[in-house]
Design a protein around this ligand. Structure first.
Ligand SMILES: Cc1ncc(COP(=O)(O)O)c(C=O)c1O
Length: 357
């Protein structure tokens, strides 16, 4: 069931005790006043002509943050990953990927539909990781019967879990030794940066190209940035234009991304603390199962009894709390618009539900 459903049924008064608390995703955040001001003040130009200096500043900032030569600003994480894969692979070639990763599961397989590129999903372990031996075995021989394996696609974080850095290095080494490139869907890479205390440059050192989302935990209303070598980014820019993703005075939205990188990175730690406290509080409520081991950054997963799911969602909706419609495991996400007090409100509302069962 789609996570976005039924949001309109949720009681929502703008402020105060009944302020709406949306736990479906970190994509639901509202731009802050300071972010809106930065957007209003942004210097803009025609970015297709390369004349939007706010977009350029954002691209240069992210390229430096990732330690890559260049970057391109795009409309979404999906577009960023699509450009990433299609700028690496030609028709009839394939990429290897974890079977729970967003590019494989949740991007309408645009890489195959639009690019004629095949994907070869491999089972990830409980932490969302792949094994170098799996990758080695997945690479096809140079034989006319087989697709040409061109790329390894990784993800970090995976369902909120930070990936083991030694494993990432080993996976990249295996891929590179076989002549593959490595792309990372780093939609929430900055959560991993804050959690590990390691700079992004270190986390993506062995990765060739990386997609970073500005509209998840970082709180911008729109936008992602794809970083990599200069020639790769040149191809991605052409591909972005082809897909209709060349934007004009995009500095208005890029300014939100710059603001997010300047002001919303360190604060991700608050989301991590809130997620942990929420998980522990929920785990203590009889009747509800919470996978505490899975709580690494800003996500947790709860498993109510199947018959409890709809009544629980309705009970919370009446109190202005939005829970996703997934089942049997429901993802709960903390973000910029979930405060410490909101965590208390959610815990109280869930406890009230189970007291009445
Ligand atoms: C891990 C991951 N990658 C990529 C995306 C795609 O981002 P967008 O929704 O901006 O296309 C998402 C979206 O939730 C995601 O969770």
């Amino acid at each position: 069931m789609y996570a976005g459903m039924n949001a309109e049924k949720v009681a929502s008064t703008a402020n105060g005790r009944n302020r709406r608390i949306d736990l479906r995703s970190d994509t639901v955040t509202q731009p802050t006043e300071a972010m809106r001001e930065a957007m209003a003040r942004a210097e803009v130009g025609d970015d297709v002509y390369g004349e939007d200096y706010t977009v350029r500043a954002l691209e240069e900032k992210v390229a430096a943050l990732m330690g890559k030569e260049a970057a391109v600003y795009v409309s979404s994480g999906t577009q960023s990953n699509l450009l990433g894969v299609l700028s690496h692979c030609q028709r009839g070639e394939e990429y290897l990927i974890g079977d729970v990763y967003h590019v494989f599961k949740s991007e309408a397989l645009g890489t195959s539909v639009l690019g004629g590129v095949a994907c070869y999903p491999m089972k990830t372990d409980a932490g969302g990781g792949l094994d170098p031996a799996q990758v080695k075995a997945g690479i096809k021989p140079d034989d006319p019967h087989s697709p040409i394996t061109r790329l390894l696609c990784l993800e970090n974080t995976v369902s909120g879990r930070v990936q083991d850095q030694d494993r990432i290095e080993a996976l990249a080494e295996t891929a590179h030794a076989a002549g593959l490139m490595v792309h990372l869907d780093g939609a929430r890479l900055m959560n991993a940066v804050v959690k590990t205390g390691k700079p992004a440059t270190e986390l993506v050192r062995s990765i060739d190209t990386v997609s970073l989302c500005l509209s998840k935990g970082l709180g911008a209303p729109v936008g992602s940035v794809l970083s990599g070598p200069k020639d790769f980014i040149k191809r991605a820019r052409r591909m972005r234009k082809m897909l209709g993703g060349g934007m004009r005075q995009a500095g208005v939205i890029a300014a939100a991304g710059l603001h997010a990188l300047d002001h919303h990175v360190e604060r991700l730690a608050e989301d991590h603390v809130n997620a942990r406290r929420l998980a522990e509080g929920l785990a203590a409520i009889p009747g509800l199962t919470v996978d505490l081991d899975d709580v690494d950054t800003n996500m947790l997963f709860i498993r109510p009894q199947p018959d409890d799911i709809d009544p629980l969602r309705a009970h919370l909706a009446e109190r202005g709390i939005v829970l996703s419609g997934q089942r049997p495991k429901i993802r709960v996400v903390t973000h910029l618009d979930v405060t410490e007090q909101d965590v208390d409100r959610v815990l109280e509302a869930v406890a009230e539900f189970y007291r009445g069962r």
